[in-house]
Design a protein around this ligand. Structure first.
Ligand code: ADP
Ligand code: MG
Length: 355
């Protein structure tokens, strides 16, 4: 494995690299951080390896563990402000809004455009490091702690945990094709050591209808996910909020920092750690030369339908809120809702103009 110096030299000489890591890891910051270490033993090398090996990264830096956000704050704070478009790191306290007055419901009652809706949050146990500094035994122990907390889910949220280790290929393939399960094929995450000791300690919990799921040790220690077919954002969001409250009362303690909110492996996720998405049919909008800029102006991030770093299929895109920090959960979902509504309106206009 390359040393931190080798990684740094590779980053410095990378032409056309537009990552936030390259932009914010100046020579001065590099020199000030290269010998620092967290109490879990995490160093700058673990944080920057993926971004140095993959010059086409968007962000390019991960935190080795929760404390990494303090030890390596000279570079991470700048990346965080840039990604989430904030001047200060003063993330508000969680606020999920008033469920009786959300002000939105189904974003596509016609059912013609939105295929499915999903809202997820990431959470990290504050007593464990992130993948680069986590041993196999610690990872298995963490999986046990998490499984114990699943006992608290009742009613609609009750379900079962399925470890990845031992799951048949057929079941895995089907669950992945249906957008429920994760894979180990993202080179950015692999180079960040996200797949260390795979599949040990990884698994998925879901309820009967697969409308509530939890990913265990994919990119983050926990990803709580609510999803269903169609565009009923309110139903999906409320289900997720109920699950979050249940997990918070389960005895688990999640990593959180004043001003940064919930801490996650990738700095693009911290704050609310919330990504609300629709899979939406927008063939006409997506064909516009200004599609990317249009989304950017709405703080909406388009992805392919098999997740980040995948391509669209048949004009269907994953559209979600790009920012997760500096706004409350409710505001993040509202930002996504407004963006999706604007995309839907433009798609309809473009389709009508063609007739
Ligand atoms: P995240 O990092 O937010 O969990 P990814 O981009 O890694 O999201 O995608 C994870 C999985 O979730 C993929 O299989 C993707 O197809 C699925 N997914 C994301 N949004 C939706 C949605 N609105 N409907 C159905 N599946 C979705
Ligand atoms: Mg992901």
């Amino acid at each position: 494995m390359a040393s931190v110096e080798e990684l740094w030299n590779k980053l410095k000489s990378a032409a056309n690299c537009k990552s936030l890591l390259k932009k914010h890891l100046t020579e001065e910051r590099y020199n000030g951080l290269k010998d620092k270490k967290t109490k879990f033993g995490g160093t700058l090398k673990e944080c920057i390896q993926s971004g140095c090996l993959n010059p086409d990264s968007g962000v390019g830096i991960y935190a080795c563990d929760p404390e990494g956000y303090t030890v390596f704050s000279d570079v991470l704070d700048e990346v965080i402000k840039d990604y989430h478009k904030v001047d200060k790191l003063d993330h508000p306290e969680p606020d999920m809004g008033d469920f009786d007055n959300l002000g939105f419901g189904d974003l596509d009652p016609s059912g013609d455009y939105i295929v499915s809706t999903r809202v997820r949050v990431g959470r990290s146990h504050d007593s464990y490091g992130f993948p680069p500094v986590l041993s196999k035994d610690q990872c298995l122990k963490m999986e046990e702690d998490t499984k114990a907390a699943f006992e608290k889910f009742s009613g609609e949220l009750a379900g079962q945990y399925y470890p990845l280790d031992g799951m048949t290929k057929e079941v895995q393939t089907q669950l992945t094709a249906d957008h429920f399960l994760f894979k180990d094929d993202d080179r950015f995450l692999r180079d960040a050591q996200g797949y260390k000791n795979w599949p040990a300690g990884r698994g998925i919990f879901f309820n009967n209808d697969k409308t509530f799921l939890v990913w265990v040790n994919e990119e983050d220690h926990l990803r709580l996910i609510s999803m269903q077919k169609g565009g009923d954002l309110a139903a999906v969001y409320k289900r997720l909020c109920t699950a979050i409250k249940t997990m918070e009362g389960s005895g688990l303690s999640f990593a959180k920092r004043q001003g940064l909110g919930y801490l996650t492996f990738c700095p693009s996720n911290l704050g609310t750690a919330l990504r609300a998405s629709v899979h939406m049919k927008i063939p006409n909008l997506a064909a516009q030369p200004d599609f990317k800029e249009f989304c950017e102006g709405l703080n909406i991030q388009p992805r392919g339908i098999h997740g980040e770093h995948t391509e669209s299929v048949g004009g269907v895109y994953d559209l979600s809120n790009k920012r997760r920090l500096g706004l409350t959960e409710f505001e993040a979902v509202q930002e996504m809702r407004r963006g999706v509504e604007a995309c839907l309106a433009r798609e309809k206009e473009l389709a009508a103009a063609k007739k």
